[in-house]
Design a protein around this ligand. Structure first.
Ligand code: ADE
Ligand code: ZN
Length: 323
């Protein structure tokens, strides 16, 4: 079998805060004298019951990320882990909401610190990071407009995309059309979490109202044959995170996960980890699980990475350097 760890990988769907090692958050909490013991289990891992509880724990962990220096250190810690999985390009969701509450001046400072860490990691570990500004759906459309403004003002270079994460059950994609229009005008690539907790209609609505070229997850499109055909025909790229979907209980195991069926139906699929420590995963484990469940070979992973390369929101020069 191929050396899956050594295989160069591209990851398009990673939440920067969601990738924070639990020990990193625990150390910050101790230094800042914040009691976060309730969000960890006895083994020191993040503890949550279900998706709403996951969001609560996630946001509690973010409360100790209070300075640009924290985000600098976080970015380095995350990229170190990513590089160990063989990742050479990572597109991470960065959230102005968790970097100064959406204030533009604060956001610039946090972003500068993230970029310094990214440059260090690139020089030392050969991993390239780009940022996709994300708004949080359950924080509402007004706040999303403010986040889009942060994206607009910092678009270009490091910031290559705009997205929406959070609770898919709240609001409707049309409520976020203004924010996505602003991001599109700023030249950013667009992606939206959909078809994770919502069914096919949620994916259709994201495509119709937000005009995204990529969908975060999108796996529940499998429930609608016509939608699968539409995605294949239009080349919509799915940022699929099998380990996340399994850990959160959407599918019982990798064999039951629709990634292989979507790919066989001609949909452009990519593989990512979402929030690796929350789901006890990393890219190497994701690849290993896919190889075990579906007998994916080196050429299958090469195709998935080629899809990620063409769908990445980075500029042509960066893409050419990765090819
Ligand atoms: N934010 C972090 N992980 C997420 C997920 N899996 N779904 C929606 N929002 C998220
Ligand atoms: Zn996600």
């Amino acid at each position: 079998m191929t050396d899956l760890r050594g295989l160069p990988k591209l990851e398009l769907h990673l939440h920067l805060e969601g990738a924070a090692p639990p020990a990193f958050i625990r150390n910050l909490a101790a230094r800042k004298r914040v009691d976060l013991s309730a969000i960890f289990d006895e083994d020191g891992n993040y503890a949550y019951r279900d998706f709403p509880d996951f969001l609560r724990v996630y946001e509690a962990a973010c409360t100790v990320l209070t300075s640009p220096q924290d985000f600098h250190d976080l970015t380095l810690a995350v990229l170190e882990q990513s590089a160990q999985s063989g990742i050479i390009y990572s597109e991470a969701f960065v959230s102005p909401d968790f970097c100064g509450g959406g204030d533009l001046i604060a956001w610039r400072d946090y972003l500068a610190a993230i970029e310094v860490a990214a440059a260090t990691a690139e020089a030392q570990m050969g991993i390239t990071l780009r940022g996709c500004v994300t708004c949080i759906r359950h924080f509402g459309p007004e706040q999303a407009r403010q986040i889009a403004r942060c994206a607009q003002e910092t678009a270009g270079g490091f910031i290559t995309g705009f997205g929406i994460a959070g609770d898919e059950a709240q609001f409707h994609p049309s409520d976020f059309a203004y924010a996505f229009d602003a991001a599109r005008e700023a030249g950013l690539g667009l992606t939206a979490h959909a078809g994770e907790w919502g069914g096919p209609e949620s994916v259709r609505a994201a495509l119709e109202h937000l005009h995204v070229t990529r969908i975060g997850h999108g796996v529940r499109a499998i429930e609608d044959r016509a939608l699968v055909a539409y995605l294949a025909e239009h080349g919509t790229v799915l940022e699929i995170c099998p380990g996340s979907n399994i850990a959160l209980g959407i599918y019982p195991d990798t064999k039951a996960h629709p990634i292989d069926r979507l790919r066989r139906a001609g949909v452009r699929v990519t593989v990512s980890t979402d929030d690796p420590p929350f789901f006890h995963t990393d890219m190497h484990r994701e690849y290993q699980a896919l190889a075990d469940a579906f007998e994916w070979q080196a050429e299958d992973f090469a195709q998935v990475n080629q899809t990620a390369l063409t769908a990445a929101f980075c500029d042509a020069q960066t893409r050419a350097a990765l090819a």
